[in-house]
Design a protein. Sequence first.
Length: 499
Amino acid sequence: MTSELRSRWTDAGACALITIAIFAIVYYVNGGAAFPTDDAFINLHNAQVLRLGRDQNYEGVPALVGATSGAHLALLLVFEQLVHPDTAALYVLSSLSAVTYVLGVFYMCLNIGCPRLEAALIALGSLVFAGTLFQVLNGMDTGLAMAAVAWDIKLLTDKRRTFWLPALCGVMPFVRPELSLLSAASMLIVFWEKDAANGFKIAAAAVAALTSLPFLLWYWIDTGSLVPNTISAKMFFFAERYLAWSDKSLLMLSAVSQGALMSFPLFLCLRFMRPVAVGRMLALFVAVFLGAYFWRFPSGLVHNGGRYLFVLAPLVLFGTACGLTSAFRKQTLCMVAISILFLPQGFVAQLEDYRTHIVGFQESLADVVRWMNANLPDRPMVMVHDAGYVAYAGHAALVDLVGLKTPAAMDFHKRTTYPSVGLQRSRAVAEIAEAFQPQYLLVLQDWDERFHFVEGLRGVGWTAREVYAGHAPPNTPAALIYHLYELNRPLSGLASPSS
């Protein structure tokens, strides 16, 4: 091993150890594994179902229904065999995803010519950039997706092609569906390279196919589909495909402006990306990524602290590294200096959102579920929109009115909510209630204020009586409190909705 290679390994090890230390400190401060979103518990519940062999809450629903990332779920199952309890296993998976991301950023910076110190600083700074640390802590696939993008760029900029790139490309669509384009475009770069032998190209295609095959078969066998249902379920429920262009543009502008502000002015370094083929491919990925969300789900880019946008963070850091190793170094250094004024804003915003949710939002939800377990022993049917924790920790039979975990509910939104641009969402929810006959509705106040679930059900004759509200620490915003309503169906069946 040469001294240069030994130094690289030493620096990479230091970055990994510092990242692990950061996550250990967060674990200690939180008093254990804590996750700010309900979606983290969808992952844990899906793993429960795979272990048990059946879903005791969403009767007859396969485990992969509602699972966006098959790769993340598969890794969670592995870690649950090694780490207990399962929440700690998910936290360890999130931590190691962050380590993998940091190392990917480190090596892609080295590939483009950064000195080891600068590469290490960018890699460790990647956790601070735009508050990435708190996105990686969300218990979802965000960190794994960011790591996949960083390593894709690293492998694309390697001096020598290996089969690691096509192997990663085969898996990326099952880390996040949005990465399918990046996967395909990366493979096209391999196929277009004149220096690569035809035999290597054929073998690369075979490797990509082989690494994707297990996930394709898993989804097909478990759900009857080759792709996750989650994007369709959200698209039909939020119903933004046919919004007026002015409204969609406003939603998109809001999301992109938030992202631009948190990454200002470093996002301007995207123009420095090189080599040319890689830079153009990544620019195309950004354009199609944003265009796809604009077309069908623009508000999704602000959900969960804007987590979907974070797959673009490695590209910004790559552009910064390219700028630092080019004729634009002084200009890039100025932008790095200016970014120091803006980085705290993004970091603090993500920190406040993270703390508010793990302290208030999750405590309110956990309290309601404890009450349900103690006071509803007969396993009544409960209609929910947050489908994770109530299934993970609760005993009730459930129907997910959004459709993530109850595919039949998605059909109502596809037929009614989607073509009406959300104007008939209340009718769709009432039809779901009529079809499943829930005895209770569990709803977050914020969602009820936005979508008028209780008002809509009352408008078609259902009675909805609040029986419990989750307790949360003082100063928790009222919007983050969960309310449980007892429902009674209209005697004469479904009436015409008032909204």
